[in-house]
Write a protein that binds this ligand. Structure first.
Ligand code: COA
Length: 438
């Protein structure tokens, strides 16, 4: 059949799409800004008709009624591979839960556990060859498309057309919904003084010709600014960010020395501002590839001078990093933190950085705020170890760099205390003594 006719036969409305969801179904949507916003916004409209629909998400950007409003909790459950503000808020409702995962295995492992009934994703419009682009993410989306009973895509002219494993042929899709909404964006935050100091420390270690990965969070994005005078950097990253666009435009990233896919910037998803979406649109220099390949530590380690830069919430004096929970409370996810840190160290000249502020402020029971050290003798009860102490390499705060590779516990304690905030160093030494980890 002629492609446009085939396309037209597949067009449905949001109501039609919702009509295909049954009680007990597992529904998976795209990651981050690749989530199916039009359908998710109206999901709650079928609440009277369904029970126990499980929606699997990863870093959802919208605060959708179906999970935010507790009155729908018998109709919908939500399982998240990565929490974001909306799910954190909804968690106490009792119908939201976390799926522990390393991002490169998130899709494969979930599919081994349960076959999805419906995948609802997003795509840019069809080209003349009958291909649509999954646009902003190929983390697990292709795998799910291959296995879901029903595949529905929201086709949006505002989605950038990207290359790589994002291309799907119209024949692989069951239904299309034509939509036209603005994409979710991450705000661009100017680096603080502390970010600049941390960025400078890390920049000293990043050699020209390195392949870099920058993780999610304020600090890694700020570190990008400190790399602007480097030469011939390459990109092999989980998340493609605004900072990488700036580095490419400034000429610091050329990708020409890359050992894996030279000339190309590799990512498994992209999330940022409109500037980022415009940059990756129709840009063959950026390849959005399957997460089970991009984030595989063995693949990452094949890059030249692979350097990973991520951040954490809390680190103990032995080097265990909790980057995803505040005590028992799930905050985000492991994502690719362990994938990329281990991957960088699989590379003979690789380096992996965990960068964090030495302190943060938290609420006190009386409604005030107090400053606490993010370097602690032991992680808070319930804290998830996102990066094992066996895999931590360099740790950086605004007070310096601690190289932990190959160090003993007592060497780590010393090094980590030396980059803790001066106000907490004596206390940390006392606590280390009590724990006999001096
Ligand atoms: N104890 C209690 N609260 C803490 C804390 C601690 N030790 N450390 C930070 N917080 C609070 C902050 O005060 C802040 O609170 P607020 O939202 O009320 O302001 C909040 O936690 C977030 O901290 P912040 O440092 O601003 O987070 P971020 O947006 O920079 O993200 C991570 C940091 C670690 C959560 C994020 O990078 C992440 O999820 N990492 C895991 C995944 C990953 O690294 N993937 C890599 C490849 S993309």
């Amino acid at each position: 059949m002629e492609l446009q006719k085939l396309y037209d036969t597949k067009k449905i409305t949001v109501e039609d799409a919702l009509g295909k969801i049954k009680s007990g179904d597992e529904v998976i949507t795209g990651l981050g800004a690749a989530e199916a916003k039009a359908t998710l916004t109206r999901m709650h409209e079928i609440a009277d008709r369904v029970k126990d629909v499980n929606v699997v998400t990863c870093l959802p950007m919208g605060n959708y009624e179906y999970f935010a409003d507790p009155k729908y909790k018998e109709s919908f459950k939500m399982s998240g591979w990565f929490y974001s503000p909306g799910i954190r808020k909804a968690h106490p409702n009792g119908n939201v839960t976390f799926i522990p995962n390393h991002l490169h295995l998130a899709g494969l492992k979930r599919l081994a556990h349960r076959k999805p009934n419906v995948f609802i994703g997003t795509a840019s419009p069809m080209d003349k060859h009958g291909y649509l682009s999954l646009s902003l993410s190929a983390t697990y989306e292709r795998l799910v498309i291959e296995q879901a009973d029903i595949v529905i895509l929201e086709v949006n002219p505002n989605m950038p057309r990207t290359f790589g494993d994002t291309t799907v042929h119209i024949s692989e899709i069951d239904h299309l919904i034509e939509v036209d909404y603005e994409l979710p964006q991450l705000p661009v935050v100017e680096p603080s003084e502390k970010d600049k100091v941390i960025g400078e420390y890390i920049a000293e270690f990043v050699e020209d010709g390195s392949t870099i990965q920058l993780g999610i969070g304020g600090i890694p994005n700020a570190v990008a600014a400190a790399l602007v005078n480097k030469k011939d950097l390459g990109i092999h990253t989980e998340m493609f960010t605004d900072g990488m666009v700036d580095l490419y435009k400034a000429g610091a990233v050329t990708n020409k020395n890359k050992s894996l896919m030279p000339g190309k910037m590799i990512a498994t998803f992209a999330l940022g501002s409109k500037k980022l979406y415009d940059f990756i649109n129709d840009n063959p220099a950026v390849q959005i590839l399957n997460g089970d390949w991009v984030n595989d530590p063995h693949v990452i380690g094949q890059n030249r001078k692979m350097t990973s830069i991520n951040t954490t919430l809390e680190i103990d004096l032995t080097g265990q990093c909790c980057s995803e929970s505040i005590g028992h409370k799930q905050f985000s996810g492991t994502g690719g933190q362990s994938d990329t840190a281990v991957g960088a160290q699989n590379c003979p000249e690789g380096k992996s950085f965990i960068a964090l502020y030495s302190t943060t402020t938290v609420k006190t029971p009386d409604g005030g705020r107090k400053t606490i050290s993010k370097i602690v003798p032991t992680l808070a009860p319930g804290a998830a170890v996102s990066l094992s102490r066996n895999d931590v390499d360099y740790v950086v705060t605004e007070f310096g760099v601690a190289s932990l590779r190959g160090t003993s516990i007592n060497e780590r304690v010393e090094r980590l205390i030396s980059i803790a905030h001066p106000d907490f160093r004596d206390e940390l030494r006392e606590q280390a003594k009590e724990l006999m980890i001096w």
